[in-house]
Each structure stands twice: as C-alpha cells, then as structure tokens.
Write a protein that binds this ligand. Sequence first.
Ligand code: SF4
Ligand code: SF4
Length: 448
Amino acid sequence: MADGGKREGNLEQPLRHPVEWTKPDFFDAASLEKEMDRVFEICHGCRRCFSLCQAFPTLFDAIDDSEEGELDDVDKGALYPQVVDNCYLCDLCFMTKCPYVPPHEWGLDFPHLMLRAKAQRFKQGGFKFRDKLLTSTDLLGSIAGIPVVAQTVNFANNFGPTRKALEAVLGVDAEATLPPFHSNKLRHRLKNHVPAAVKVEPCNGTKGRVALFGTCYANNNMPELGEDLLAVLEHNGIPVRLTEKERCCGMPKLELGDLESVQEAKEANIPVLAALVDEGWDLIAPVPSCVLMFKMELPLLFPDDKDVKKVAAAFYDPFEYLMLRHKGGLLNTDFKKSLGKVIYHAPCHQRVQNIGLKTRDVLQLIPDTTVEAIERCSGHDGTYAVKKEFHASALKILRPVARKVTEAKADYYGSDCPIGGRHIAHNGIKDGTEATPPISLLRIAYGI
Ligand code: SF4
Ligand code: SF4
C-alpha cells in the first residue's frame, strides 16, 4: 500500500487511457506546460527511471544543478524540449517502472506526455528537415531501393567523406550505422508466392493462416527477415500470404509527433488489414515496433475506430504466435541443428507488449540450446541513434548490452528488432560479426 492507504497503480494492470489528440486542450501550450510541471515534479521525487534513457538524467541533472535543487529553479524553456527530445517513446517507463500510472490517482503517462509535447512542436513547425526525411521510410525505400541507386546509396552510406558531408548538412552522425537498401525487395521476392494448400488448424485463438505485414524495414532493408519468417511459419503447416499492399505502420511519424501522418498511414493500412481479418487471416509483422503500433498505439490514438480494434486483436508477435501454436501441440519441434549458446536482446517495443519472453521460450525448445535474454534498451530507438546530437547517448545506453553480449561468448547473438541487432553488432561489438535475428535462428535450427 502507498499514498495514504491507496494502492499503487503498479499493483494492478497498468491502464492506458486513449491519447486525446483530437481535443483542443491537447495542443494548448499552457495546459501542456502545467502537466509537464506536475509530472516532472513527481518524477523528481521518485527517480526510479533514472537509468532507462537520457530523458530522466537530463531532467534530474538540471534540477540538481539548479540553485535550490527544485524544478521551479530551472530554465524550463531550455530544459523541457531537451527532455522531450531524449524520449523516443519506448514506453518502458510506463509499462515497467512507474507506480503512478492509471489506475493510480496521479495517472502518469510519461511517454504520452512526451508525445503531446512532440505533437505540439511538430504542429508549430519545430522539426528538422532531417527528421522528416528519416521518418519517411516509404519514400526512402522507394527511392533508395531503385537498382543502381541502391548500390550508390549503400556505397555512400559506408564511405567516410560522404558520411561527413551527410553529418555536416543533415546532422546524421557519421559513425552511426545506416541500413542497407535492397532493390530486390521482399515484395518482389514474394510476388509469386501462394499460400501452401494445407489443412488449416486453428488453436489457442490463432486461426492458423497468416497474412504477413512486410514492414518497410523487411521490405526495403532486410528482405531475408520476411523470407525467414515465412519459411518458419510454413514449416509449421501455416499458409502465409503477403498483405496486398502496405504503408509504413506510422511508428517513425509517431516518434516525430506528426500525428496527421500517423492517421494517413492508418487510413491506408487498416482497411486492407481489416479485410484480411474478415477473410480469416491472422496478422504478423517481423519487426516489434510495427506490431506494437497496430496492437497498442493505434487503438489508443483512434479508440472509436472498430477496424483498428479488429486489426489489433488479430495482430501477433511472431514468437507469441509460435508459442500459442506450441501450447496447442501444433509447433514442429523436429529440429535438425542445435544452436549452442544464444544471447539475445529483447527490444523495448516487444517487452511492452506484455507477452513475456516468448522468443526465449521457443528457442529453448531446440535441443542442446541455451538462451539468455538481455532485457535492456539497445539505444537505437527509431532514429535516435543516427542523429548527431544523440548518437553519443545512444552509445552510452548500448554499452551494458554490448558488454553482456561480448562477455557471453555465445555461438549466436541477435535481437528481435533487426535495427537494434545491427546497432549492437556495428556500434557495440564492432568485431565484424553480424547479429542474427531469432526468427532466422529458428530457420537454421529447422535446417530449412
Ligand atoms: S518512453 Fe522510453 S525513452 Fe521515453 S522517457 Fe520513458 S523510458 Fe525514456
Ligand atoms: S515516470 Fe514514474 S517511475 Fe519514472 S521517475 Fe517518473 S514517477 Fe518515477
């Protein structure tokens, strides 16, 4: 019990309220500042989140360095935007640390407060061209994925002088890892794929037929991730098809506070996905951030949209899906190859889905395989790590994760988030090895 006999919110299931971004108060600057004052004052007295990201140390250090050590003594006009910039909306503080989330009467939702501040600033034009460009993943993929252009972009992304120029002109850190672009995209690779004609077996809420939401990342930057997921599902007797079309799920635009672009993406994606659900397909994406967007963020942004709810209920993390099938006796456990020791990073956007460590649980079914999970932020977080002003903070957040991977001397390492995996390999381990996504590890173990 806490707070004069009232129960702390964390003793009950955290309750997330919808984001009231269509109400005028959401964009009222004075109302926002008042709420930031209230929440930052509570955080200043609590400090449980000091090690999660740079947003909290930025706030606490400024208060500690002020004359009286109180929030009222700091230069709020300078400090508050810095706190907001250092939040990349991973949701960890809300989901794993904060005792004051609803139903607690204080009703804190730190990430969504940061989202409100980002949205106000975006509406006032307070964003950089770089941030708009980096979050336009569909546009980047369609231009940089053109044959020849892809090779040129990939060359330039790995060429020191161009990276220095990119840093000077755009503020994209010269040392940050940028993803490769493919002209032979997932969509091209799977264009002739037809779902396997097998008996469909529903179990544990899964219908046993999967429509794959390719995601911009798998489509443009890592098509093999989508191919591996498809191969694993079909090896488990699950017919798979690609969704007819897709737009970016909107997560990068959410991070920017560009809620109108999030709405546009929702309006493009949801009718396609809802129709697939009506036809009897479950939905899966190979990137945790995109799953989170459909499962949790869109329903909070559009609480009255029935199709958003329908899509959210049918959306699964790949390993959550496989474990549900396993519990129903339908997972193929005829593994051909052991993996030895695996150390894997559970990304924030997967952890906050509240599904438990399903990736670890599935990989542990492979004979002679031990799996250790790292439940810490890798520090990549959307576009945070590639921005010049935040790259050093991203490396600081990454350090404990990279240390654990290095010390483990495992046979394989990787992350459910492919971008986080590259960040660990290229900015943390830096020995020329690559991270292997867990779904690809499963394919290796099946020998397919
Ligand atoms: S949502 Fe994540 S990045 Fe933002 S303040 Fe909370 S822990 Fe930090
Ligand atoms: S978000 Fe909650 S747990 Fe974190 S510092 Fe603030 S009050 Fe404490």
